[in-house]
Design a protein around this ligand. Structure first.
Ligand SMILES: NC(=O)c1ccc[n+]([C@@H]2O[C@H](COP(=O)([O-])OP(=O)(O)OC[C@H]3O[C@@H](n4cnc5c(N)ncnc54)[C@H](OP(=O)(O)O)[C@@H]3O)[C@@H](O)[C@H]2O)c1
Length: 263
């Protein structure tokens, strides 16, 4: 097994919405996850419930659950809206077993609580997550879409050991929050290096080159522990791994990026 990569696989790889490429077939999803696990990408996100169901089937088919580190957020199936991507719901007691069933697993490696401004409710969710850790059903807890204010409101004792937020060259605002989180001993997980695939089209340059530059902007940042990118084709796993392996941007690439940002 190769050393763990800084890349993580995004859950939107398993759905048709929120991207350009058509829905990846089950065979393609298996090829994507295989390419990840074979090449040191162990962290796999699932945001919407449809992604948990898909990943559960893929890992069962591959018989490789133990090699993956599953991340899961609190977006749930809503009656009558099974085919939609619905917003998050604060965690309740019954949610964890639903998630474990969908993922076909006994434990979640990184449970993500979507941050919000109802502090009392967020504290309840943290306490629930702590209970789940103690029960051995959750290994670690993260705060997703975290902002500085959420970190400041955390109680002295809490289970959060990682934060997640969109962070890319076009939206670098999360940097201060990541710095604070790191100072608090947490891992910093950046989402959406490409601002979804749509940004790559908008830039209008050679797509492979643009993807490489945007990905390396995020991945070469020492503050960042992991970058989560969705990939609906197995070939992109290899392309993105090659990009990350090339390290920080050169001066010419940095100038190119600044030109895109200035438009
Ligand atoms: N953004 C958020 O607010 C948010 C919130 C919660 C969780 N997340 C997590 O973060 C993950 C990543 O975010 P994201 O999917 O929004 O955006 P992203 O990772 O910035 O963009 C992903 C898109 O980039 C394209 N792509 C990937 N590699 C490529 C390459 N080498 N060359 C060309 N195009 C490439 C793919 O487009 P096509 O396949 O569409 O062509 C893919 O859909 C999500 O899957 C999810 O797990 C994000």
């Amino acid at each position: 097994m190769s050393m763990e990569s800084k890349l993580g696989l995004g859950g939107h790889s398993f759905i048709a919405e929120l991207g350009n490429d058509p829905h990846a077939s089950f065979e393609e999803q298996c090829a994507i996850v295989t390419a990840c696990l074979d090449n040191g990408i162990a962290l796999i996100d699932t945001t919407y419930y449809q992604e948990r169901v898909a990943l559960g089937h893929v890992l069962k088919e591959l018989d490789r659950r133990d090699e993956a580190r599953i991340m899961a957020w609190n977006f749930f199936k809503q009656p009558g809206r099974e085919n939609e991507l619905v917003g998050y719901t604060p965690y309740e007691e019954h949610h964890l077993d639903l998630m474990l069933d969908e993922l076909q697993t006994d434990e979640i490696d990184l449970l993500v609580i979507h941050a919000h401004d109802d502090t009392a409710k967020l504290l309840e969710e943290l306490a629930l997550a702590q209970d789940w850790v103690q029960a051995g059903k959750v290994k670690r807890v993260a705060l997703g879409m975290a902002q500085l204010g959420h970190l400041r409101q955390l109680p002295a004792v809490h289970p959060v050991s990682a934060v997640l937020a969109p962070y890319n060259a076009f939206h670098p605002e999360a940097k201060e929050m990541f710095k604070t989180a790191k100072a608090m001993g947490m891992d910093a997980i950046a989402l959406s290096p490409f601002v979804r695939g749509w940004k790559l089209d908008e830039i209008g340059a050679d797509k492979d080159a643009a993807a490489g530059i945007l990905l390396r902007w995020a991945a070469a940042e020492p503050l960042i522990d992991r970058v989560i990118v969705s990939m609906r084709k197995a070939e992109w796993v290899h392309a993105n791994l090659r990009s990350v392996g090339r390290g920080p941007l050169t001066e010419t690439e940095d100038a190119q990026l600044r030109e895109w940002l200035a438009r």
